[in-house]
Design a protein around this ligand. Structure first.
Ligand code: ZN
Length: 155
């Protein structure tokens, strides 16, 4: 009998990141309206994952880091948004918020509440249906947030 071929585990390009202290950005149940592939298909400039949540639902930092953007002006495509620098070349972005609870320079932990879900963008509170858009970038390259988080949270 020839040896069975075991399926090769898919290499995690982010295996060097800290093993602990990761958190989902929104509470369960997490319903995805547009996933990473859908964002890529419509050539989104900031591809990520859209989680449907009611307005005012809390949004949490997925890992410890330092807030470097907390933009309360809803005029841009991303509406009100928070960017966090986690070190290791890792940055996360949280878009379309209805409220922001942090300021630039603030240190956060995994699970720290940074804002509230909304639909802000292009100067309106409800330009989009209420949802959280999460982007994950490593060294400037967008990663699929669902795959990224699943790997971090399952080990
Ligand atoms: Zn989106």
């Amino acid at each position: 009998m020839t040896g069975e071929t075991k399926p090769k585990p898919i290499k995690d390009p982010d295996a060097d990141l800290p093993k602990k202290e990761w958190c989902h950005p929104v509470r369960s149940p997490r319903v995805v309206s547009d996933d990473f592939a859908e964002h890529k298909a419509r050539k989104s400039l900031d591809p990520g994952t859209d989680y449907v949540k009611g307005r005012g639902s809390v949004v949490r930092a997925i890992h410890r880091g330092v807030v470097f953007v907390a933009d309360r002006n809803p005029d841009g495509a991303g509406g009100r948004m928070v960017y966090i620098d986690h070190g290791h070349g890792l940055v996360t972005r949280y878009l379309h918020l209805s409220n922001i609870r942090v300021r630039p320079g603030v240190r956060v932990l995994a699970g720290t509440i940074i804002g509230e879900v909304g639909g802000s963008g292009f100067g309106k509170e409800d330009h989009y249906g209420d949802h959280l858009h999460l982007s994950v970038l490593r060294d400037g390259v967008h990663r699929d947030p669902e795959v990224f988080l699943k790997r971090r949270l399952s080990r």
